[in-house]
Design a protein around this ligand. Sequence first.
Ligand SMILES: [Zn+2]
Length: 313
Amino acid sequence: MPELPEVEHTARQLRDAIIGAKIREVLVFWENTIGHPDLPDFLAEIADRDILSVRRRGKFLILDLSGELILTIHRRMTGNLLLLPPGWEIDTSLKTSDPFTWNIKGPLIHRYSTGNAETTTDETSSDLLYCRVCFNLADGRRLLYTDPRKFGRIELWPREREQEALKSLGTEPLSEDFTPEILAKSLSGRKSPIKQVLLNQEVIAGLGNIYADEALYYASIHPLRRANSLTPAEVQLLHEGIVSVLTLGIEHGGTSFSEYRDLWGEAGDNYNHVRVYHQEGKPCLRCSTPIERIVVAQRSTHFCPKCQKLTLV
Ligand SMILES: [Zn+2]
């Protein structure tokens, strides 16, 4: 699932690639991906808008468009963006010939045939499957939104309603607003396990399963500790850990376990740098104790039982 570093990485790539481009039209292959407004309004409103800037807030990607509009993209589990150069065509014939397959895979996407039989392009790449929405740019490029599991949402809002569009997101962890004092305040009064609180987007915006586990390991805090039981020293370390693992995640281009790809279809490199996430059974890098996996708030949680002791405070 893309978390803050993956979304930030995509935002930076998009910024270099599509600012100044014009969205000619949008093709929607899975209607539920469009969360706001209704599909006919979405299609009418977004046509011929210029892309003015690209931002990130929490796990949301935000495109500022001409006409005082914002486009929000929330990839949830498996959403990805892929930018194709001019020369690709979209084949929607499955929609009528095989609706069952269409609903799973979406359109077939391949390069224009050049007339000679020689087509050496990798048209079977799984990165081109599961396209739910396609933004056709005026310069001939296409920005694909792919999403095998279909949980992601794309919405169009007037800029003045941005708060409403982003729901109630908490502090941005890489902003100056995020201080140990703010973190301490956010945790006080919360009796839930610290892991669960870190995943709550209304507390800190952008942390998900990978970076929450990594930050807790950094701070040597057991994921089941009650959030309000952390000492000031632990809060300080946790703050440092959150900033550190997110910053490193961005530097490494994000973490890929299965679906995540960047704008050019490349997997991120941060997988080689995680300490505990998906490392169960492997030795802790600090003490060699095997990393354990438990379930917290229905999410896989990884920790070192020796470095992250469950002290009952
Ligand atoms: Zn350890």
